[in-house]
Design a protein around this ligand. Sequence first.
Ligand SMILES: *[C@@H]1O[C@H](CO)[C@@H](O)[C@H](O)[C@H]1NC(C)=O
Length: 205
Amino acid sequence: MKTLCKLSFLLLFFATFTSYCCDALPLSTHKRWIMDEATGKRVKLTCAHWVTHAEPMLAEGLSHLPLNDIVKQFPQRGFNCVRLSYATYMFTRYANVSVSETFRSLDIPEMVAAIEKHNPWVLKMTHLHAFEAVVDSLDKQGVMMVIDNHVSLPKWCCLYDDQIGFFNDRHFQPHEWLQGLDLVAHSFKEKRHVSCHMYRHEKIN
Ligand SMILES: *[C@@H]1O[C@H](CO)[C@@H](O)[C@H](O)[C@H]1NC(C)=O
C-alpha cells in the first residue's frame, strides 16, 4: 500500500511536470519560492505599481501615451510584472459606467482632451472594458500582472482614518468585497499572465 502511494505520487508528479514542461506559465511554488517549471529556476517578480484604483478608475498615464507604448516601457525598464491596483466598487458599482461619464462628473476636461489625443477609444468604453483593455495589452506583451484589490471606494489611499481599509471600515462590506474578488477572478481567469492579490491596510485605533 505504501509503495502504491509512493508510485501514484510519482506519477502525479510526472503528470504535473510534463503538462507544464514546455510552458513557463502558470508558475508554481516550491516551499517559499516561485518557480518556472519549464526551466526549473526561481522566478522573481519585479513589479511596477500601475494605479487604477484612484477616483477616475482608469489606468493612469493614458492621457500621456498610447496604451501599448506605456506597456512596452515596463520590460524596457526592467520590470517583468505590473501590480495593477483596482477599487472594488469599480467592479461592483461602476463596471458599466463609461469612462467619459466618470470624467465628466469629476470635471477634468483637460484630462479628457489629453486622453482624446492619445487613447480616444478608451473614453466611450465602460470601466470594465477599459480595465480589460489594459490587462489585454499587458498580457499580449508578456508582462505578468498581480491584479491588486487595493481599496473599495476609488480613492488615493492610505490614511488610517480614510475608512477604505479592512474590517469595520465604512467602505468595507465583506459581501461586496467578496463579490468584487469573484468578478475579478472570473473576468481574468483565462489570462495567462494574471494572478490576484489583496493589499489593504488595517485601521489602527
Ligand atoms: C453590468 O452589466 C452586466 C450585463 O448586463 C451585468 O451582469 C452586471 O451586473 C452589470 N454590472 C454592474 C456593476 O452594474
